[in-house]
Write a protein that binds this ligand. Sequence first.
Ligand code: AP5
Length: 212
Amino acid sequence: MRLVFVGPPGAGKGTQAKFLCAQYGIPQISTGDMLRAAKAEGKLPQELVAKMAAGALVPDEVVIGLIDERTKAADAALGFLLDGFPRTVPQAQALGTMLAARNRKLDAVLALEVPRELLMERAVYRRTDKRTGQIYHLKYNPPPPGADLEHRADDREEAVRIRLDTYEAMTAELLPYYEKLGILRRINGVGTVEEVTGRVSRVLEALGNSNK
Ligand code: AP5
């Protein structure tokens, strides 16, 4: 199964990806996580660190290169879930070309839809455990005592606002692109984590049945 998760900042892509990947035995490939890991290792150029902290996108060629490499790894041979990539039409086209060269294609693009007014609160109160990568929310999913918590640099209100604007501008082109290819599935991301997981699972079950 080769899947893409699209959704605004704080929509729950990372949260849902963890369940899906465990269920289907495929790796979660998050360009955001890869860029943050490169930053933590001191390998991300300073201008890209600044772009991310401000809530702007990094250049297409940077993330396309990361995805090209990562999707060639052995653990991605049977499938993967791309979380946060592609975000622009040139990225989507590059992904299509990359997969076609390997005689592969995407099964579905899952668009997690959450209204803007809920997203700010989800992002600003998010905390991630540095050791496990587990995502928490100070209000809806509080971390256990002793967790080694990190507050992302781009989860400040001003940066989240910019990320939301960027997302809205970007999806105006990206979602119609995948809609035309007939692989876009829109999923309501409002509700508890479990409710959203149920909706995502039903979409994937329907997809599995239609491919039989
Ligand atoms: P990235 O890391 O991809 O961030 P994002 O897309 O902004 O998404 P988030 O990680 O903020 O949200 P999420 O949907 O995963 O939500 P989560 O599950 O954590 O990108 C970061 C930056 O990297 C970009 O701004 C850009 O600079 C760069 N970048 C990355 N990819 C790029 C690309 N392709 N091109 C160019 N630049 C790129 O949930 C959020 C919170 O809500 C959590 O606290 C969670 O516990 C809570 N929550 C989740 N679900 C629910 C629910 N149902 N109810 C209540 N709370 C919930």
